[in-house]
Design a binder for this molecule. Structure first.
Ligand code: F6P
Length: 341
């Protein structure tokens, strides 16, 4: 059979490991052929595709990014988008598609399946906010990058007796902030799920200075103050209606300096968290997802997504996987709060 593969949404360390595993097992064990669609859903819609064989996937296991390219194109926001995807698959003789992506890409995959196409999903996101899977690959890499940054910021903050605010990714879910902050010994962690009280943050910061250590505040980009006490910048929307975030870290540093009188600096880690080589955990998880995805195609398990449950890779309906976001539960946040201040 000829199978299409695409990667959509924000890139993520481990995407290439999935592509490699799909192709290696698909060719050697099942005798399939593959077509690599470029730049997410834009690939099938605009006929951007090329051969994807063992040759093309050699050496890509440790490489970050995606050899297929990606985009946030949403076919259901484009006039006649479904027909264009269907025609693009037909043009390349593709009978089934493996879509590797996050909430948005998998939401499109679910709708395409409902509209009659044969699609299997593979979850990815550094945010780890997809329901139905315990972890997504890319998250561990992002957390390690953020943790290393926090480790470094501790020493410079202490040398200068400053407060340092570290803004990490996480638009709707604070998993990266929670894990990186806990691993890096942050003094305050702010997540989108728990609107923060600026006065409490400033108190924790001051308490930390009293013990002659400098505070590190880790804030997820989507964190918001309680009752709109601090104005936040809003930005333009992408094709899935998401606001382009960024700015809470700087605003918080300014407010901390104003209220406490202590010098404060903000560091925005941004796309550094998504770049570069995946950790061993992410390489293994991505490889296992790739192997399971080609098995799912072989079994005709369309409309399904592969997922990690405990240590097992299982299949779950795409409808279930995209129904709701997995946010940080209050009990997990309370564990971190023990170390605030
Ligand atoms: O969804 C992954 C993610 O990295 C989010 O954490 C972040 O809000 C967003 O993508 C950034 O999007 P872009 O790559 O379009 O700047």
């Amino acid at each position: 059979m000829r199978i299409g593969v695409l990667t959509g949404g924000g890139d993520c360390p481990g995407l290439n490991a999935v592509i490699r595993a799909v192709v290696r097992k698909g060719v050697s064990e099942y005798g399939h052929e593959f077509v690599g669609f470029r730049d997410g859903w834009r690939g099938p819609m605009e006929g951007l595709a090329g051969p994807l064989g063992i040759e093309q996937v050699r050496g890509i296991l440790p490489r970050g990014g995606t050899i297929l390219g990606t985009s946030r194109t949403n076919p259901y926001k484009v006039e006649g988008g479904f027909g264009k995807v269907e025609a693009g698959l037909k043009q390349h003789g593709v009978e089934a598609l493996i879509a590797i992506g996050g909430e948005d890409t998998l939401g499109v995959a679910r709708r395409l399946h409902e509209d009659g196409l044969r699609v299997v999903g593979v979850p990815k996101t550094i945010d780890n906010d997809l329901a139905a899977t315990d972890y997504t690959f890319g998250f561990d890499t992002a957390v390690n990058i953020a943790m290393e940054a926090i480790d470094r910021l501790h020493t410079t903050a202490e040398s200068h007796h400053r407060a340092l605010v570290v803004e990490v990714m996480g638009r709707h879910a604070g998993w990266i902030a929670l894990h990186a902050g806990m691993a890096g010994g942050a003094n305050v962690i702010l997540v989108p799920e728990q609107p923060f009280d600026l006065a409490a943050v400033c108190q924790w910061v001051e308490r930390r200075f009293e013990t002659h250590y400098s505070p590190i505040v880790v804030v997820a980009e989507g964190a918001t103050p309680k009752e709109g006490t601090m104005a936040l910048a809003t930005g333009e929307l992408d094709a899935f209606g998401h606001v382009r975030l960024g700015g809470v870290g700087q605003m918080l540093a300014d407010e901390i300096e104003r209220v406490t009188g202590k010098e404060s600096r903000a560091v925005v880690l941004g796309h550094v968290q998504r770049g570069g080589t995946p950790t061993a955990f992410d390489r293994v998880l991505a490889t296992r997802f790739g192997l399971a995805a080609i098995d799912a195609v072989q079994a005709g398990a369309y409309g399904q997504m592969v997922a990690l449950r405990g240590t097992d890779i299982v299949r779950v309906p795409l409808a279930e996987a995209t129904a709701e976001l997995k946010t940080v539960p209050v009990e997990r946040y309370q564990e971190a709060e023990v170390f605030f201040g």
